[in-house]
Design a protein. Structure first.
Length: 343
């Protein structure tokens, strides 16, 4: 375990140059005392490490010294190539990543280059959805700079409800979720998540902040998204569903079996009774109406009554027929009929 951590330490110093004990401890997820002992162990093993004191000090490798990384095995190579540049979903990011990939592959032995080229030729990642959207990531380098230097960041932010205002935050990290980019930051009211597409006029301030040594971006994101999902689930209903309807609904909402609920009369074979979590009653009514005869609302009563009212209104509504346009004759009388008419 320690040997792997020491190798990781060498790779960090080789990639980033000078790093403080605190930065090494955060990246390796160990205490600063352990990070300091690791540096002493590397120095004792003959690795030329330079220790620099002062506010801008830290640890760095002697100029010109580099270590050779052991060759990748087949599983490691395949996993690396699975994250090929196109997966980033943005042309400028993909182009920069493609250049980095080219340099990495060029440094590999010839045999591994051939193997890597074969894997890439048989794998294509299309990050665009069926309804692609253009996302402006021009602020990404600015945000990355603020995060790297632990500097405060200010920007204009437009919320989903249209409210717009200036935000000044401590940027902790960036998250990409299904081609959507988010900034995780500490605001005066606590931790917040900001969508890049709603940010404008970002500016890195000269004021620095103290980043928590034990902050884990992945763990925070997992907790934050779970809390968000819990807040969004505001309405629950119990439904009797045909098998295909239950499958369709599970793609939209959270569903769970309702073993203690019985319906009268008993649903047909293949049907199931489920507790379904919706964001609102409007969403529940919309989806229940869309499923038609493949769903029966068991509870709550208010939802069942609203669905029945919608269905009865649709039955009473006059049918609007599409008729071919007839030429209008001068002075001719036109019959007026009750019901809908097209303006």
């Amino acid at each position: 375990m320690k040997s792997g951590r020491l190798l990781s330490t060498l790779m960090l110093l080789q990639a980033h140059g000078r790093l403080s004990t605190r930065e090494l401890a955060e990246r390796l997820e160990v205490s600063q005392r352990t990070a300091h002992r690791d540096m002493e162990a590397l120095s004792a093993a003959g690795v030329p490490i330079v220790a620099l004191r002062g506010s801008q000090g830290g640890w760095e490798l002697a100029r010109g010294w580099r270590t050779k990384v052991p060759g990748l095995d087949e599983a490691e190579l395949s996993a690396l190539l699975m994250s090929q540049p196109s997966a980033l979903g943005h042309p400028s990011l993909a182009a920069a990543s493609e250049r980095a990939f080219g340099k990495l592959l060029a440094a590999m032995p010839q045999k591994m280059q051939t193997q890597a080229a074969s894997i890439r030729a048989r794998l294509h990642i299309d990050p665009e959805g069926w309804h692609p959207s253009s996302v402006d990531l021009s602020l990404l380098p600015i945000v990355q700079d603020a995060i790297a230097r632990d500097c405060k960041l200010t920007f204009v932010y437009s919320r989903a409800d249209g409210e717009t205002g200036v935000r000044t935050v401590d940027p902790f990290g960036i998250v990409n979720k299904q081609a959507v980019w988010y900034l995780v930051a500490r605001a005066p009211a606590g931790m917040r998540t900001y969508r890049f597409s709603r940010m404008q006029n970002a500016l890195v301030l000269a004021v620095t902040f103290e980043r928590p040594a034990n902050f884990d971006l992945a763990a925070h994101w997992k907790t934050a998204t779970a809390q968000l999902q819990q807040k969004r689930t505001q309405f629950q209903a119990t439904l009797a569903l045909a098998a295909d309807a239950a499958l369709s609904l599970s793609r939209w909402c959270r569903v769970a079996p309702a073993p203690n609920v019985q319906a009268s009369p008993i649903p047909p074979d293949g049907w199931s009774i489920l507790h379904v979590s919706f964001e609102s009653m409007e969403e529940a009514r919309f989806l229940a109406l869309g499923l038609g005869t493949r769903v029966h609302v068991l509870s709550p009563t208010t939802l069942r009554e609203q669905v029945l009212e919608e269905l009865q209104t649709a039955v009473r509504r006059p049918v609007l027929n599409a008729c071919p346009t007839q030429p209008r004759l001068p002075g001719a009388a036109h019959e007026k009929k009750e019901g809908w008419r097209s303006e």
